[in-house]
Design a protein around this ligand. Structure first.
Ligand SMILES: [Zn+2]
Length: 300
């Protein structure tokens, strides 16, 4: 699934390739991905010149002279710069360009190809409700957002309405870098641990973004990204040694997703549990002492 590093890389690449070009025609094979009738969609964007390409979380924003073309690649997609003569076998959309090339889009599962008029981006529900971009949020904003919040750290990071751009692939290394077990609840975190989590988001995403995204997603020219399996720290590395302590990485089921952790570096926070146990054992010790005393009294 493409996450922030892949989306950043696609946006950068699209900007380089598409800016200055005009969309001369659009072919819609799968209208279910649109947010309007195909005829309206085509009318809005045909003749539009691409001005800029940006991103927010997992969404790509192609800003044109006639409004925004919004892409969400869902579980993954082949977005290819090609020609009508060299079209891939399957595709759901074609955007013809004025230089004779075209951009084909094929979603592996499902994705969105939406339109938003200029000045109306805030009315596009799906992108308007996204939380701040995971790499744009400041340390202070993040601290403010997390402080006193309930719920597990992993589920928090994956919810796009909290922060946008993290999915189940990069979240593994982010939690590892923060030294957190996926089910650690946020209300247990102290300020320095929240800061460490903020830093871990950056350290978990930026190296992949710099390398053009992960190897399992392709560029517009059909090449794999430069962030390789070996570059992952614990994600998908079950049975491999932890890069910090050498303990074998284990796979867990946490909620509806799978997690990969180092069981030594990412321990469950047991502070509250330990306190309870301590209380219980103190009580047990007292009970023992009472029993002993009673026994002694009986024997004398
Ligand atoms: Zn470890």
């Amino acid at each position: 699934m493409p996450e922030l590093p892949e989306i950043i890389s696609r946006a950068r690449e699209m900007k380089r390739i598409l800016a200055g070009k005009t969309i001369t025609g659009i072919e819609v094979i799968q209208p279910k991905c649109l947010n309007m009738r195909p005829a309206t969609f085509k009318k809005r964007l045909t003749g539009a010149a691409v001005l800029d390409v940006t991103h927010h979380g997992k969404w790509l924003f192609i800003h044109t002279s006639q409004g925004y073309l919004l892409l969400n690649l869902g579980m993954g997609a082949d977005v290819l710069l090609t020609t009508r003569k060299r079209l891939p076998e399957k595709y759901q959309f074609i955007f013809d360009l004025d230089d004779g090339k075209c951009m084909s889009v094929r979603f592996w599962w499902f994705g969105y190809v939406h339109y938003a008029p200029e000045g109306k981006l805030g009315k596009h529900e799906m992108t308007a409700k996204l939380g701040p971009d995971a790499l744009e949020i400041s340390r202070e904003e993040f601290r403010e957002m997390v402080r006193g919040r309930r719920g597990g750290a992993k589920m928090f990071l994956l919810n796009q309405e909290n922060i946008a751009g993290i999915g189940n692939a990069y979240v593994q290394d982010i939690l590892f870098l923060a030294g957190l077990h996926p089910s650690t609840t946020l209300d247990r975190l102290k300020d320095d641990e929240i800061d460490r989590l903020w830093q871990a988001i950056r350290d978990g995403l930026l190296p992949a973004a710099k390398k053009g995204g992960s190897w399992y997603e392709k560029t517009l020219r059909g090449k794999p990204g430069g962030f390789l399996y070996e570059d992952l720290l614990v994600g998908y590395r079950e049975g491999k040694p932890c890069p910090t302590c050498g303990t074998d990485v284990v796979k867990l089921r946490t909620g509806s997703t799978q997690s990969f952790i180092c069981p030594s570096c990412q321990r469950k926070k047991r502070a509250a549990v330990r306190k309870r146990t301590a209380k219980r054992s103190r009580a047990a010790a007292q009970a023992d002492a009472v029993k002993k005393a009673a026994g002694k009294r009986r024997s004398t």
